[in-house]
Ligand binder design. Structure first.
Ligand code: ACO
Length: 373
């Protein structure tokens, strides 16, 4: 039987840090509220496009696996803030790393995109359709942020991570998974301003308004991630005590605490990044996984549990059996170009560019969708 081993991992965080104090210079918010309600202290703002973040992450993951880019059969590029839609961004990454023999596909399930990509990579490898697959989770969400809206703009940040999956005859990689979508709640998170519904109606591209029902998302996230975790453990015939480390999606510390409780675990088993990076959507879980590896929290042969959710509302839960290696084979020297500006300056510039104007506002809020009748 063929399995899909996770053999390479790498992350890339843009260096500019946006603190809670920075946010409170232009929003009616404060550090105490943000920390108490979300567990977040700071997040990153990228000075380069998502493709650059993912190129550095990909080069690091390939070096870690000891795999050359030409060996890749498939690239899965998970994001909801693509640099461009046509051509797809996966093809841009293919050129950037020189993966001349690969197929290239974008995946968008919002925050779970890397994880749906991981399931797809595993299925391709198990079916024999591919042997080596690169999966990316990346967001340049600061570009599409509704910065004036304190309900959402304090929650998100930019980042990227990548993983290499290879065919193996050892039982490793994803050993149980659950993918689902609470589509009846899809209207609870919508980024108005992205997509054909908003084309040719006078909207400045990048100007967005977020429909965001935080409490509804919170409840669905806890239920979905909690039940998904229990289900994958049952499928694999193991208990939570057999799990070495839990690496959840990190949208809110309180969501993580509730999920971990439902799964019957304690917080000392969880690798947390939420305070440092906030919610990086598709990049969140893979960045946390890479960090857990770098900090020695993933032991050879151990089980890693990854529950997640995203807009849609998509959910996922994966149980990974780790292989024998938890350190990189090689280390890449890939780096981002230096960043000359502060995160706050970059955000202020984005806000000035998006200065709301009446026509854009009316078109954004006037758009109607199938479920809105
Ligand atoms: N600073 C200060 N006050 C704020 C802020 C802020 N940044 N944001 C909201 N408030 C106010 C609200 O206006 C409200 O005021 P009111 O009582 O006068 O109306 C008050 O704080 C309480 O707001 P609640 O919504 O009740 O706060 P809650 O404790 O539910 O926390 C939060 C809000 C953090 C959004 C929470 O609901 C949550 O985490 N939801 C899920 C978020 C999430 O997962 N997002 C991403 C999902 S999908 C993806 O990952 C792509």
């Amino acid at each position: 039987m063929t399995f899909a081993a996770l053999t390479g991992w790498g992350k890339c965080l843009p260096p500019a840090i946006l603190s809670n104090e920075d946010l409170s210079t232009f929003l009616d918010t404060n550090d105490e509220w943000i920390v108490q309600r979300t567990g977040m202290k700071e997040r990153r703002v990228s000075h380069v496009p998502g493709l650059m973040l993912s190129t550095v992450a990909a080069k690091r993951a390939l070096a870690c696996a000891g795999v050359k880019a030409e060996e890749l059969d498939l690239i899965l590029y998970g994001s909801c803030s693509f640099d461009e839609h046509v051509p797809n961004t996966a093809s841009g990454l293919q050129v950037a790393i020189g993966a001349k023999n690969a197929a290239a596909m974008d995946v968008n399930t919002a925050c779970t995109s890397f994880l749906y990509g991981m399931s797809t990579a595993t299925a391709f490898i198990k079916s024999g359709a591919a042997k080596k697959v690169l999966v990316i989770g990346v967001e340049h969400i600061s570009k599409f942020m509704d910065w004036q809206n304190r309900n959402v703009s304090v929650l998100f940040g930019d980042g990227a991570a990548a993983a290499v999956f290879e065919a193996s005859d050892q039982e490793e990689g994803v050993i149980a998974e659950r993918l689902h979508c609470f589509a009846d709640a899809r209207q609870s998170l919508r980024v108005r301003g992205k997509g054909a519904s908003y084309a040719n109606v006078g909207i400045l591209y990048g100007d967005t308004r977020w429909d965001f029902d935080g409490q509804e998302i919170f409840k669905k996230a806890v239920t979905g991630m909690g039940e998904g975790s229990v289900e994958v453990l049952k499928k694999a015939g193991v208990t939570i005590d057999d799990v070495g480390v839990i690496v959840p999606h990190q949208a809110n510390l309180r969501i993580i605490e509730a999920v971990v409780k439902r799964a019957g675990a304690t917080m000392d088993k969880v690798h947390l990044t939420v305070a440092k990076y906030g919610n990086m959507s598709a990049a969140t879980a893979p960045v946390a996984l890479v960090e857990a590896l770098e900090e020695g929290k993933v032991k050879p042969g151990s089980l890693v549990l990854i529950p997640a959710f995203g807009a849609g509302l998509t959910m996922s839960a994966h149980l990974i059996r780790w292989g024998g290696r938890t350190t990189p084979k090689e280390v890449s020297d890939a780096e981002l170009p230096p960043c000359e500006r502060s995160a706050l300056d970059m955000v202020r510039e984005l806000m000035a560019l998006k200065e709301p104007h009446a026509r854009s506002e009316a078109a954004l809020m006037g758009a109607r969708f199938v479920e809105a009748g």
